[in-house]
Design a protein around this ligand. Structure first.
Ligand SMILES: [Ca+2]
Ligand SMILES: [Ca+2]
Ligand SMILES: [Ca+2]
Ligand SMILES: [Ca+2]
Length: 355
């Protein structure tokens, strides 16, 4: 469906519990974590007008199966005025949203500004009400008040579709690669419980990609450009997302997204990533939102403390009889109610410790 422009007069003031400290940091702790029978999905578009080709309003296509559990918006600017209310305010599906500044790096991606400022908002209510489809975005491109350059806009949804039981984690922050400045080091995504095999759904956005400049993207020390990015090994981010470029070398938006299980050790407690470019003809790239989803190895541990014990029993008993619910409430067998079959599941594994 197309969600038509419908600006409301009241702003949604957004506070992000657990948002990372501002600065040159990505993760490592998730801003949101859950265990559910589902996964996450991402929609994106570029926001650069100058040296890009975006126009407003623009649409982001975001689709998912099942029920919305959580949704975030994240958008970024190259700016001299990080935190400016004009940059922090955007319009999503007709509703004005004020984001919290979730990153302000000490360098930009080499366009003459001194910060990448990134803003995030919990948009669960907006996304759930609108349903899957196109979300119209306004007031998110190059900022007329601060003269900041827009970089990109991400919508991320965590959904429950009664499928595989997974740990889903969402991370915010800001890191840059640059051959001309100190850069900001690696990005980290903490995993607790640890990775115990199965597909590992990885996502991170990428700001400021151009097809005419070069860089490699490393995950856990392995170059995965062209494997989980839209570019190639030595040009991982080519501006794959956004309107078609009018001229060669225009800045657009990118992502790295795919299964990184083959590049992650069993028992790993974090994923590490960074973009690194050659000094000559390098492309400076930023990352401001990411997510992981991986199978739960302890399907009777409702509370996530890696033990099947009294806390899980208590959780089930306190929700006993609940209908149309999920794993976190105690629906272990995935039939969307909490009843005797879930209780039997916990009792069968009672007392075990998980990996
Ligand atoms: Ca660039
Ligand atoms: Ca590039
Ligand atoms: Ca437990
Ligand atoms: Ca059940």
């Amino acid at each position: 469906m197309v969600w038509f422009r419908r600006v409301r007069t009241s702003f949604l003031a957004i506070l992000l519990a657990g948002a990372p400290a501002l600065g040159d940091q990505f993760g490592p702790a998730p801003v949101f974590e859950t265990t559910l029978r589902g996964d996450f999905a991402v929609g994106q578009n570029a926001t650069r007008i100058s040296s890009g080709s975006q126009v407003e309003p623009f649409a982001i296509s975001l689709n998912w199966p099942g029920t919305v559990v959580k949704a975030y918006a994240n958008w970024s600017y190259l700016t001299w005025f990080p935190g400016d209310i004009s940059e922090a305010t955007v319009v999503i599906a007709g509703q004005a949203v004020v984001g919290a500044m979730t990153a302000s790096t000490l360098y930009d991606t080499e366009w003459g500004y001194d910060h990448v400022a990134s803003y995030s908002a919990d948009v669960t209510a907006i996304v759930a009400a609108a349903g899957p489809g196109d979300f119209v975005i306004e007031s998110a491109t190059d900022d007329p008040n601060t003269l900041a350059f827009g970089e990109g806009f991400t919508l991320l949804v965590v959904y429950d579709d009664s499928s595989t039981l997974r740990h889903v984690r969402v991370y915010l922050g800001g890191i840059n690669s640059s051959a001309f400045s100190l850069g900001t080091g690696w990005g980290y995504m903490q995993m607790q419980p640890s990775f115990q095999g199965g597909p590992l759904h990885f996502f991170v956005n990428a700001l400021d990609g151009q097809d005419t400049l070069y860089e490699s993207f490393y995950v856990n020390g392995v170059s995965l450009g062209g494997v989980i990015t839209g570019g190639s090994g030595d040009n991982a981010f080519v501006g794959s997302e956004g309107p078609p470029p009018v001229a060669a070398g225009e800045v657009r938006y990118d992502r790295a997204e795919g299964d990184i299980a083959a590049h992650t050790a069993l028992g790993a407690t974090q994923v590490i990533f960074e973009t690194i470019g050659p000094f000559n003809q390098h492309d400076a790239i930023g990352h401001t939102i990411g997510a992981l989803a991986y199978a739960s190895a302890c399907p009777q541990d409702v509370t996530g403390d890696n033990q099947v014990n009294l806390d899980d029993l208590t959780q089930i008993l306190s929700h006993f009889g609940l209908e149309d619910t999920g794993f976190a409430d105690g629906d272990i067998d995935g039939d969307r109610d909490v009843d005797i079959s879930d209780l039997a599941g916990v009792l069968s594994d009672y007392g075990i410790s998980c990996p």
